[in-house]
Design a protein around this ligand. Structure first.
Ligand SMILES: [Zn+2]
Length: 239
């Protein structure tokens, strides 16, 4: 896989910035800045380096700003403690945990907090169990709603695919070969709705175009002209 990439350097805003270049059958250039500061340009097979670097320079301010944001940004610690006050992300916003004793078990959004209530002594284990179950339910409900709504923009594929929501380690989603079954990552519920919609539309495009060839990107571009901005946002937020 490493052979797919070539290493380059470009001057942006007076700085020499390294970037990796990958060729793909897509039709447009995409530029991604990763949280560790790496920059990846994915370019159509045919475009020459000069044209690619011209595009990179045009987006130079965005590239540098995004890099700077990452340098300042300390990602939320991945090892969760499930204690009151801890921050958890839901639909692109940060919420603090409120944990209280109550007669009945309940999880609810209250302002900028996720309130978790249950009988008995407070324990991180119990909090975690209730919160995870709540996230799973919310993910299932909201992703189903978004899929039903977005499928209307795809009358050519007939009924919406069936949906399974579960934790995936390396992908946001996938579509079965026969186009009948969509798989989405539970963690998408942490992302803003416009990023969720990007993933679902991407997968719906796979019903007609199973591979990431030029006709796939043509279809995606047609269904969601600003897909790239949403994709970049998703990659930037979800470390
Ligand atoms: Zn895909």
């Amino acid at each position: 896989m490493a052979g797919d990439f070539t290493a380059h350097r470009i001057e942006l805003g007076g700085q020499i910035v390294p970037y990796a270049l990958k060729r793909s059958p897509r039709k447009t250039l995409s530029i991604t800045v990763f949280p560790d500061g790496r920059i990846l340009a994915v370019a159509p097979m045919s475009s020459d380096l000069e044209a690619i670097e011209q595009r990179l320079r045009r987006r130079g301010r965005w590239v540098l700003r995004t890099k700077r944001e990452f340098e300042q940004f300390r990602p939320i610690t991945p090892s969760r403690q499930y204690v009151p006050g801890e921050t958890h992300r839901y639909l692109g916003r940060q919420f603090r945990l409120l944990v209280e004793q109550s007669l009945r078990s309940d999880v609810a959004i209250e302002g900028d907090r996720i309130a978790i209530r249950y009988p008995g002594i407070r324990s991180a284990e119990k909090t975690k169990e209730l919160l995870k179950a709540w996230f799973q339910r919310q993910a299932r409900q909201i992703l189903l709603e978004r899929l039903a709504s977005l499928s209307r923009a795809f009358p050519e594929i007939g009924d919406a695919p069936r949906l399974t929501v579960r934790k995936l380690t390396k992908r946001w989603g996938s579509m079965s070969q026969d186009g009948m079954h969509m798989l989405l990552n539970t963690r998408l519920i942490e992302a803003p709705v416009d990023c969720i919609d990007y993933v679902i539309i991407h997968e719906l495009c796979h019903v007609q175009e199973p591979h990431h060839g030029p006709s796939f990107f043509e279809l995606l571009e047609q269904k969601l002209p600003n897909w790239e901005r949403r994709k970049n946002r998703l990659e930037r937020i979800m470390v």
